[in-house]
Design a protein around this ligand. Structure first.
Ligand code: NIG
Length: 420
């Protein structure tokens, strides 16, 4: 299958060669674009591209003739698909009643202490079969595809037993078989201490290392390992033990870090070469210095900050420290029941004063780095996967995060196939 897209008003985040490292600091302010462009997709890859005005006479007609499909994108723009590097897409049921509790004044931690929160999702997932879980997850997978996401990281963490963690990660892998989404998986056994280990957190960490992680690794179900380092959840020492064990299976660390307190999650992530440390509401110069030059990406999850009504991370200061930022949705039933990357970018602009160029880079190129797919996703680059979307007629790329609830996507192409 080949697709010729002509008369593109603007090709956004177009890079002749793929960046070899995440964009950081001031680099994030630049969003390379090509005006009045054409793009030729060959099979599942981006083939060639150029400016309409540079085509010799008859060349556009020739490409149109050769291609299986031709899209006239006059007045419309082409963006690379979003790379959503932090989600909990696999879950059962929903938790809107806790949302009501939050509105009545209970905090996220108070709900967790009462046995709700993550443990509520654990119970729901335990009572759901793998096939039913897959059906529920596919609804969300199709939703995020329709919103422009092409690559997604999916965590476990609502299982907390061998059987249920494996079940979750199998479902995540099956999402990759059933949809054109690129899926990366993360083992998050240390998401909460299950009820059976109440008062014995270390005992549960023992079980993770002794039983759950080896079972996950035996089926090759996880690319990354993650831990929620937070008061009432897990400690820095737990993280060290889990990362050391995971190293033997080749799972690179990620951390739920500094969401509710200065937990040390950032520093331990950096120490173990984490791909990313995520959340970062409670961070300052100490954390920023630890991250500087480390190769670990600072991933912001503004949807959760918004939904939990918290103070936002100091993202502009992070850029002053020359850090690489990614933005992800954190789609999950407790702190962010949304996978809308456009809304996440809008929040990052409105609440953290980031520029449209920064948020678009954070949601594409740097998101791709944060989940190890930057060689194939995250920019319009020849040789990368043809995963992109064509907008409706829009005046500028700034219009995308600006019109934060409008559906602006007209055509979606994932891995070279038109899916909408
Ligand atoms: O990233 N903070 C921990 N984990 C999720 C929330 C999970 C849940 O509440 O179900 C997060 O915000």
């Amino acid at each position: 299958m080949s697709i010729f897209i002509k008369n593109i008003k603007k090709l956004v985040n177009v890079r002749e060669t793929a960046p070899s490292a995440p964009l950081k600091g001031r680099e994030m302010l630049e969003l390379p674009c090509m005006e009045d462009a054409w793009l030729f997709l060959e099979g599942d890859r981006i083939g060639r591209m150029g400016r309409m005005q540079d085509l010799a006479s008859g060349e556009a007609d020739a490409m149109e003739f050769c291609a299986d499909e031709c899209i006239d994108a006059r007045g419309r723009m082409v963006f690379p698909s979003y790379c959503d590097s932090h989600t909990h897409l696999v879950y059962a049921g929903s938790r809107e009643m806790e949302f009501m509790d939050k509105l009545r004044g209970l905090s996220y931690q108070e709900i967790a202490r009462r046995g709700g929160g993550i443990l509520n999702s654990v119970e729901l997932l335990h009572n759901t079969s793998e096939d039913d879980l897959l059906l529920q997850t596919l609804v969300r997978a199709r939703e995020i595809m329709s919103l422009g996401t092409g690559a997604v990281e999916i965590k476990s963490g609502y299982g907390l037993t061998v059987e249920d963690e494996v079940k979750m990660l199998r479902v995540a892998r099956r999402v990759a078989e059933e949809t054109p989404l690129e899926v990366r998986t993360t083992f998050l056994g240390a998401h909460a201490v299950p009820a059976r280990y109440k008062g014995d957190r270390e005992g549960y960490v023992d079980e993770i290392i002794r039983d759950i992680m080896p079972a996950v690794a035996a089926e090759g179900l996880a690319d990354y390992v993650d831990i929620f380092v937070e008061e009432g959840f897990f400690t820095v020492d737990d993280a060290c033990r889990i990362f050391e064990a995971a190293g033997k299976y080749g799972m690179q660390p990620k951390v739920h870090a500094n969401q509710m307190s200065f937990s040390g999650g950032v520093q331990v992530g950096v120490r173990y070469g984490a791909a990313s440390v995520d959340h970062l509401e409670f961070t300052g110069p100490e954390e920023f210095k630890a991250l500087q030059g480390s190769g670990t990406i600072a991933t912001l999850l503004p949807g959760a900050t918004f939904f939990l009504d918290m103070d936002y991370p100091k993202a502009k200061e992070m850029l002053d420290y020359d850090l690489p930022l990614a933005i992800a949705s954190n789609y999950n039933p407790g702190s962010c029941p949304s996978g809308d990357m456009k809304f996440m970018m809008a929040l990052a602009m409105i609440k953290m004063r980031l520029t449209p160029e920064t948020v678009l880079n954070a949601a594409t190129v740097n998101g791709a780095f944060a989940m190890g797919v930057a060689d194939r996703y995250g920019s319009i680059t020849p040789g990368k996967k043809a995963s992109l979307f064509v907008t409706r007629e829009i005046p500028s790329y700034e219009f995308v995060p600006y019109s934060f609830t409008s559906q602006l996507i007209d055509t979606i192409i994932l891995n070279g196939k038109i899916i909408k």
